[in-house]
Design a protein around this ligand. Structure first.
Ligand SMILES: Cc1cc2nc3c(=O)[nH]c(=O)nc-3n(C[C@H](O)[C@H](O)[C@H](O)COP(=O)(O)OP(=O)(O)OC[C@H]3O[C@@H](n4cnc5c(N)ncnc54)[C@H](O)[C@@H]3O)c2cc1C
Ligand code: FES
Length: 299
């Protein structure tokens, strides 16, 4: 009885001492541009519940802001996050090392992706959005789909997770804006080709039933335009600016099919054909001046 209580107390102590600690860190990009880093964080409670498409909100320190990041992978005890250093909070996160702890970590948040056998699916990832499509590609492949993946980056050095995405895809296409690797051009060029000439390799899987895209807003907007012409269901995971990530502040508001939705609790995935992209673009730029100012002050 006493031994049981002691073991339980020890487990609780270990949980508080080690929970939210970084257990692994890798820099995924070379010096070419904004750094992309992968970290593993000990968080058994979130790891056990996480589903593809969901995210966490974390704070690096007590005075920091909450930032949302996608759960890219999970084991029984850890979650993997992959983030690009975009501003102050992601830069501070990039400075943490193995053994350091986060100040707070909440999740899993948002609705999980609907995973089922659609037949043939195309996943499109741009920039750090490549990390965000990985868990979905892996789950869709496991569900028996024919998975075609299109990855896009500005240049070769900024392309991440090529091998990991290849391992869960039947077909992999790569584009770079500058032509330094793969095909020169944009992901939408390949997408257009694929949708107009259905590859013979699809066999019994049939025509594309779903396109799933994550990346910069202009990329997702263009993907939705291309697929609207072909009338293919399109899901996008929106990166609206979030503050509380619990549906309280209204900051992540988006208009979908003329209705107000909160990305954090109603999303982050929505039908790409119904999103008001112009409004979303405007809203994500609202704090640009303040963000630049804060970033300069912190240098
Ligand atoms: C559900 C969700 C999942 C996300 N998953 C990932 C992920 O897996 N990896 C990753 O690198 N990023 C992800 N993001 C974006 C990430 O949250 C932002 O890059 C981060 O909050 C920027 O904070 P910052 O203080 O470093 O930069 P800031 O100084 O706040 O901003 C720097 C620049 O980034 C832009 N920005 C700010 N917030 C966001 C935002 N939420 N989305 C897009 N751009 C933003 C600003 O407009 C500005 O141009 C996700 C966003 C959402 C909403
Ligand atoms: S972030 Fe506040 S409502 Fe979604």
């Amino acid at each position: 009885m006493f031994a049981g209580k002691t073991r339980k107390s020890l487990q609780v102590l270990v949980f508080f001492v080690y929970n939210m600690k970084i257990t692994r860190k890798d820099i995924l990009t070379k010096e070419a541009g904004p750094r992309i880093t992968r970290i593993e964080i000990l968080s058994p409670d979130i790891a056990r519940k996480a589903r593809p498409g969901q995210f966490i909100a974390l704070m690096v320190n007590e005075k920091g802001e909450r930032i949302p990041l996608t759960i890219v992978d999970a084991t029984q005890t850890t979650i993997t996050l992959i983030f690009q250093e975009a501003g102050l909070s992601t830069r501070l996160l990039g400075k943490l090392n193995v053994g350091d702890s986060l100040y707070s970590l909440v999740g899993p948040l948002g609705h999980a992706t609907e995973i089922k056998n659609y037949g043939s699916v195309i996943l499109v990832g741009g920039g750090v959005g490549i990390a965000e499509i990985y868990p979905v590609a892996k789950a869709l492949k496991k569900a028996g789909n024919h998975v075609t993946t299109i990855l896009g980056a500005r240049t070769k050095e900024l392309l991440i997770l090529e091998k990991k995405l290849a391992s869960v895809s039947d077909e992999l296409h790569i584009t770079t804006d500058d032509g330094s690797y793969g095909k020169k051009g944009f992901v939408t060029d390949v997408l257009k080709e694929l949708l107009t000439h259905t590859p013979k390799t699809l066999g019994t899987y049939g025509p594309t039933a779903l396109v799933y895209a994550v990346g910069p807003i202009p990329m997702m907007k263009r993907v939705a335009m291309v697929t609207k012409d072909s009338n293919v269901k399109t899901i996008v995971s929106l990166n609206a600016i979030m503050i509380d990530a619990t549906g309280m502040c209204g900051c992540c508001r988006v208009s979908v099919d003329g209705k107000v939705k909160f990305s954090c609790i109603d999303g982050p995935e929505f039908d790409g054909h119904l999103v008001d992209w112009t409004e979303l673009e405007k809203r994500t730029k609202v704090y640009t001046q303040q963000e630049k100012h804060i970033c300069n002050l912190s240098k």
